[in-house]
Design a protein around this ligand. Structure first.
Ligand code: GLU
Length: 470
């Protein structure tokens, strides 16, 4: 199909959206291809017609595009290639490397009950006449691979030398009784047809690799290189699942993570450049990526680290560009406010936000006074009438302030607590609650300055009227 020395593929089954493990596999393949000036292909493994859905294919392609993991043409759909798989059956049959198996599901279940964890070889040596008779009787059958005696050895680019005794392998099925091909068969034929030089995929496929190598050899195909990526584990050391909040790529996109943050984080799941460096652009990842530096041990999914990386990418992003991104998520955001006001808000929030959604949710009070007060914050900051007395006194000072700049606000707050021998928290918390409705956010003086004197005093007066809530 192509003559690049480094052809890789990502081969998702469209039975669900693109989850993090799949995205990591796609990214590592993509980085490997880009680093080596090779090609990155996509193959949609949609032969399971019951479980495969077009909507998932669309979602997977959409997620990959959003991540920036562009693929080379052609995009291969296995469902279009069913005839091509059949072509190979005849030669494999005539060379004796495949055989008809007439065992029914019951036969196989019985064998299992008798302790055969592998196929017992019932139909392995049927003679030609017997096969003919059964075919004429219309007995349904599968095609199985006749595993030869011996060993399969290969050198995994990550796990090193792997050797499997064929005694451990089953005569596995390549064509089911309904005529549909199985994964191991289609994967080998397609990897050959697509001229794949390096198969990079999850560690869960290690057990398929010797079977596939046997098939490559049976079909007279060159065997590609293999690299199996370590599993992604939750912090409890168990396989990553929804339990760990392991959402699909779309969820991170909807949350407003930047694709570069997710790529950066995914790249570190099992790989590092051998230095302390952890922040990379996609170009830097391409430059630094080395499949031989991928570790064997499971990679831990650590949400805190993702947040940190995400925050770092946000810090590096120009404020104008953040505003554009927010607006593409929520076109009404900040409508009616001046651009300089919006810039100031983003500059304030930038230091702590990890996603676009956070900018949106945390900027709410810059555009309208709080419609309610956070319950927990209320409990902490304003439960007694004595708070009203203190804030009323403070208001006398604030309303006469000539300058509403943060330095002057800070001075005024400092003087007030000194004069009344109280902790700063006694006024900071209630004022924050009054102005923002919550106790989280950037420095209070920054918020007050940005909101301006009139708006700030108005909100404090409202709180004085409404609080404490009894
Ligand atoms: N469709 C398989 C999967 O999603 C592909 C495995 C492979 O890369 O060979 O796990």
């Amino acid at each position: 199909m192509t003559n690049s020395d480094f052809n890789v593929r990502f081969a998702p089954s469209p039975t669900g959206e693109l989850h993090l493990g799949g995205a990591r596999t796609a990214l590592f393949n993509w980085l490997f291809a880009k680093h080596n000036k090779g090609k990155f292909f996509l193959r949609i493994e949609d032969t399971d017609t019951k479980r495969s859905k077009d909507i998932y294919t669309d979602q997977i392609l959409d997620s990959l595009s959003w991540l920036g993991l562009s693929w080379d043409e052609p995009l291969v759909y296995q469902s279009n290639r069913l005839e091509d798989y059949k072509v190979h059956i005849k030669s494999l049959l005539s060379s004796g490397q495949l055989y008809h198996c007439f065992c029914s599901k019951n036969d196989l279940d019985d064998a299992k009950d008798k302790g055969h964890y592998k196929y017992p070889g019932t139909c392995r040596d049927l003679d030609a006449d017997e096969i003919k008779t059964r075919l004429n009787q219309g007995i349904s059958f599968t095609y199985r691979v006749r595993i030869p005696d011996g060993h399969t050895k290969y050198k995994d680019m990550i796990y090193g030398p792997i050797e499997v005794d064929h005694k451990e392998l089953d005569d596995f099925i390549v064509i089911r009784s309904d005529g549909s091909p199985t994964y191991n068969f289609t994967a080998v034929i397609d990897d050959h047809y697509m001229d794949i030089s390096h198969v990079i995929r999850g560690e869960d496929h290690v057990s398929n690799t010797p079977k596939q190598i046997i098939l490559y050899k049976a079909l007279g195909f060159d065997v590609p290189e293999f690299a199996h990526l370590p599993m992604i584990l939750g912090v409890d050391g168990k396989r990553l699942s929804k339990r760990h909040g392991a959402a699909g790529v779309q969820t991170f996109r909807e949350e407003g993570y930047f694709p570069e943050s997710l790529n950066n984080y995914l790249a570190l799941l099992g790989w590092n450049p051998g230095t302390e460096e952890e922040l990379f652009s996609l170009d830097e990842l391409i430059h630094n990526f080395d499949i031989h530096k991928v570790q064997k041990k499971g990679a831990i999914w650590d949400e805190k680290k993702l947040h940190w990386i995400s925050g770092q990418h946000i810090m590096k992003t120009g404020t104008d560009s953040i505003i554009d991104k927010i607006r593409s998520k929520d076109p009404d955001w900040g409508k009616g406010s001046s651009i300089s006001y919006l810039i100031s808000i983003i500059e304030l929030l930038k230091v702590r936000a990890k996603s676009l959604s956070e900018f949106i949710s945390q900027s709410d009070y810059f555009f309208k006074s709080p419609s309610s007060y956070d319950q927990k914050a209320l409990q902490k900051a304003w439960t007694q009438n004595s708070v009203n007395d203190t804030i009323r006194l403070l208001m006398d000072n604030l309303s006469t302030l000539g300058s509403w700049r943060k330095e002057h606000l800070q001075n005024s707050f400092d003087l007030f607590v000194k004069e009344h021998s109280m902790g700063l928290g006694k006024i900071i918390m209630p004022i924050r609650l009054a102005v923002c409705g919550t106790l989280n956010g950037p420095a209070l003086y920054d918020i007050l300055e940005l909101l301006g004197k009139d708006e700030s005093l108005k909100r404090i007066n409202v709180a004085l009227k409404e609080l404490p809530k009894k």
